[in-house]
Design a protein around this ligand. Structure first.
Ligand SMILES: *Cc1c(COP(=O)(O)O)cnc(C)c1O
Length: 372
């Protein structure tokens, strides 16, 4: 079976290095907010092109803390995408703010034209929360122009796109603050939960550090209503010693596989979505769109060829039950393109441990498929 991710092969290669790191941290006797977290934060900030990184407990927490750090709270409206992990919107709601959704473009990322329209029409929108979906970088030059033109604060969700660039600029550097996740399936995935806030503002970094740790300013001094969302020493050490150093070569491999799929998948019933202009994607996922109404058939075909596929995402966020009756939720215009992704998107395997023969099998299975 060709799976969407291959953690066991990674463990066979890197397990010993991880265990040596665990031994090192265990023997140090220091487990929370010590040197390992500090060192990892510096390495991650350097890698991301920001000045500061703040390790937290998850990607969800990273987005919530980032939003709170820039002052998002009750009464604020945040413009975001309906096509993402639910966490993106959940973070807005957990701040007490109101999400406004607008459509995506043909890459699946938020449509900056629609954003511009929404911002023009609704001056109450304070914040823009785009997601660099599928490992693509939303066009950062245009994003920066939008933020300047309308005076909105940009907070970037980089959970799927750490290392991606747009027009040469790394994701996470145009927003005043950004968030990422180390959930195991992400490009920089840990062996459990973790996340980070990224920023080049010293003030925001300080706020985020306080918010992740009970709102403490100094030991036993609590200036803010914070939470407990600390990245632990163990994960920080594993990420900085074993996984982060390998991220560039993993990304290189993902790009090679994406190029093969883009060049070789040829089937009139499959379309390959666009990539945002200027994006140097890191291909967290490889999305395709199958002929309308035939997703189940395609997935069953791939399954019969021994290939696992995924769907990102089968239901748009505003259609989720948890927010169905929530008066805070608004939609700008129609979500026509997002709905097409929700009904017809399929994700193909694209992890760094895929072998050439497996890539060939995925291409062949796609090209052989004829919808019923
Ligand atoms: C995974 C993900 C999150 C949430 O990260 P967790 O670490 O699972 O909380 C948020 N946004 C996007 C786009 C994601 O892919």
């Amino acid at each position: 079976m060709i799976t969407l991710n291959d953690f066991t092969t990674r463990w066979a290669e890197l397990g010993d290095a991880v265990l040596a790191t665990v031994d090192h941290v265990g023997a140090s006797g220091y487990y929370i907010l010590g040197q390992e977290v500090q060192q990892f934060e510096q390495a991650l900030a350097h890698f991301s092109g920001t000045t500061f990184a703040i390790g937290v407990g998850s990607g969800l927490d990273a987005i919530e803390i980032a939003l709170r750090a820039v002052g998002v709270g009750p009464g604020c409206s945040v413009l975001t995408t309906p096509l993402s992990a639910f966490a993106t919107t959940l973070a807005i709601l957990r701040c007490g703010a109101e999400p406004i959704f607008c459509d995506v473009d043909h890459s699946g990322c938020i449509d900056l034209e629609r954003c511009s329209e929404a911002l023009r029409r609704d001056p109450s929108i304070t914040t823009l929360l785009p997601v660099h979906l599928y490992g693509h970088a939303v066009n950062l030059n245009r994003l920066e122009r939008l933020s300047q033109e309308y005076g909105v604060t940009v907070v970037e969700d980089c959970a799927q796109a750490i290392g991606a660039r747009s027009c040469g600029r790394p994701v996470g550097t145009v927003g005043r603050v950004a968030a990422t996740s180390f959930y195991p399936t992400k490009n920089l995935g840990a062996l459990g939960d973790g996340g980070a806030v990224l920023t080049s503002s010293e003030g925001l970094a300080k706020l985020a550090r306080s918010l992740r740790n009970y709102g403490e300013s100094m030991k036993y001094e609590h200036d803010l209503i914070g939470c407990n969302s600390r990245l632990d020493e163990l994960h920080a050490a594993i990420l900085s010693a074993v996984f982060l150093p390998r991220l560039p070569s993993w990304t290189e491999r993902r790009r090679e596989i994406a190029h093969r799929y883009l060049a070789e998948i040829a089937n009139a019933s499959i379309s390959l979505p666009a990539v945002p202009e200027g994006s140097e994607s890191v291909w967290h996922l490889f999305p395709i769109l199958v002929r309308s109404g035939s997703r189940k058939d395609f997935q069953a075909h791939m399954q019969s060829c021994g290939i696992q596929t995924g769907v990102h995402y089968p239901r748009l966020i505003p259609g989720q039950k948890a927010i169905a009756d929530d008066r805070r939720v608004r939609i700008h215009g129609r979500l026509r393109v997002a709905s097409r992704f929700a009904s017809d998107e399929v994700s193909l395997p694209i992890h760094p441990y895929l072998e050439e023969s497996e890539i060939n099998r995925v291409v062949k299975a796609c090209n052989q498929w004829r919808p019923r």
